[in-house]
Design a protein around this ligand. Structure first.
Ligand SMILES: [Zn+2]
Length: 230
């Protein structure tokens, strides 16, 4: 029995160190999710690093055109600087997630520092109405057990992804399209960005990807809807 416990502890440690999709292994009650692959043909589109007046409204227009609700993982300082863009996301009925206040790496931070990053963001979100979120996405998907502890204590889900479009790397729209359409499965969580410094092809790629996925029978849901039964 002791050796089984030791093996499970070692597996958990490795998963945390190498940021592997812990959900697939379902170790204990670790609230980390990168997909929910039993979910038929439902997928969740997610947008990080906004809100921002340049791309957020364009992305909202595309989502509106197809009647899609997505999940936006906001940076607190952007929510503070661009309250009108934040209000648009909320008014359109999309889901909001917490992507920390400053978008600095969490791994070197103390529990108090991480908690402040989360709560300062919650405060900015709350200024736009009585909205709070139960979803956290750590910057770059990097975290350690301190964030897991905070998530468990405060009933947050830590949300990663299983398809990275790499739109943040100024990838072409055709490459983003191929990355999604060639890999998509029901239950995926797909990572896009509604703020990227410099030129990017996110908006153009979405105009290609969404109608293609609809023609393949996919339905779009928020992260909370996708994770409803986990
Ligand atoms: Zn980010």
């Amino acid at each position: 029995m002791q050796s089984v416990k030791r093996a499970l502890s070692a597996i958990l440690l490795l998963l945390i160190i190498f940021h592997l999709p812990i959900r697939a292994f379902a170790v204990g009650n670790t609230p980390v999710y990168s997909s929910n692959l039993q979910e038929g043909k439902r997928i969740a589109l997610t947008f990080d690093d906004g809100p921002h007046p340049r791309n957020t409204p364009k992305i909202l227009d595309i989502l509106d055109k197809y009647g899609i609700k997505a999940t936006f993982f906001l940076i607190g300082v952007n929510a503070k600087n661009y309250p009108e863009a934040l209000k648009m996301v909320i008014d359109k009925g999309h889901e909001i997630g917490n992507h920390t206040y400053s978008h600095k790496p969490l791994k070197s931070k103390s529990k108090d520092e991480i908690y402040k990053e989360i709560m300062d963001t919650e405060r900015e979100i709350a200024k736009s109405g009585s909205f709070s979120t139960s979803l956290i996405r750590p910057p770059c998907g990097l975290y350690d057990n301190t964030l897991v502890e905070i998530a468990i204590e405060n009933d947050y889900k830590i949300v990663l992804w299983n398809i990275d479009t790499k739109d943040w790397a100024h990838t072409s729209s055709s490459d983003i399209f191929a990355k999604v359409v060639n890999n998509v499965r029901g239950g995926d969580i797909v990572l896009f960005h509604d703020y990227i410094s410099g030129e990017n092809n996110t908006v153009e790629a979405l105009n290609l990807i969404i109608p293609k996925l609809i023609s393949l029978g996919y339905e779009f849901v928020t992260v909370s809807e996708l994770l409803q039964n986990v």
